[in-house]
Design a binder for this molecule. Sequence first.
Ligand SMILES: C[S@@+](CC[C@H](N)C(=O)[O-])C[C@H]1O[C@@H](n2cnc3c(N)ncnc32)[C@H](O)[C@@H]1O
Length: 269
Amino acid sequence: MNNIVKGKKLDFSIADVNEVYEGPVGVLWEILMGEQIHVGGDKQTDIMAKKAGVNKNTSVLDVCSALGGPARHLAKKFGCRVTGLDATKKMVDEATKRTEKEGLAHLVTYKLGNALDMPFKAGSFDVVWGQDAWCYVTDKGRLINEARRVLKPGGIIAFTDWVQAGNMTDREWEDLNSFMAFPYMETIDGYEQLLKQAGFAIIEKEDMTPDFAKYCHIYQDRVRDELKSAIISQYGAEMFKAADNGLALWVKAADEGKAGWGRMIGRKV
Ligand SMILES: C[S@@+](CC[C@H](N)C(=O)[O-])C[C@H]1O[C@@H](n2cnc3c(N)ncnc32)[C@H](O)[C@@H]1O
């Protein structure tokens, strides 16, 4: 059994992340979830923005910004400035194009770079933001230290992520993480520890695992019903089978409370 052992990681790198998000799998995520590629879409973005105190005077750094869906939504709804950071050029280019098309380039910009070595000066942002993406990052402690460095004094870190919520067999751990190209998933308690070690006061620690399971079923039903023929005609039967098998693993782990989802909010002290 893997008793949520710290330190175990799969050997995924930025090159592997790039392969996912430059290729058909990245496109499939958008087909499944929309251009906000995270569980719960704009509703979740709004909930976290309110909790993080985002308003028109806030400068937000969205770490792992992908297509920029959340960045544009935040700018439109709250009038804030948003910088998106992402390690995949295709995502940064596409996000920039969509942002210009929507006339939001005065509020939202993007930068190509690694969350582990953020290309920003210390004390640049009011809020460091992340939605369902830090599971791809190999060293979450370093990511959180970087977040603290680029935050202004008293700044807020706010993120949701896919987490390990219960004990998994080694086989389950390998299969779940490798299907997604995650080096590993943090636990909610692990995130709390990393935040405290980096110098954040915890404002919120929320386990949303039961909701995660509901969403996993919604995504599985969409793939099996609405999207099946489109996926097969565009990407082939093998791709459909791989996606369906992988999702089935995740649905099972979510139903059993082994794979989950959480929200963390902290203040730089
Ligand atoms: C699930 S998507 C993010 C979704 C986005 N947060 C949203 O809500 O729409 C994952 C993104 O993380 C990016 N990524 C993964 N590891 C990264 C890293 N170390 N540094 C920067 N970006 C990374 C990928 O390129 C990809 O665009």
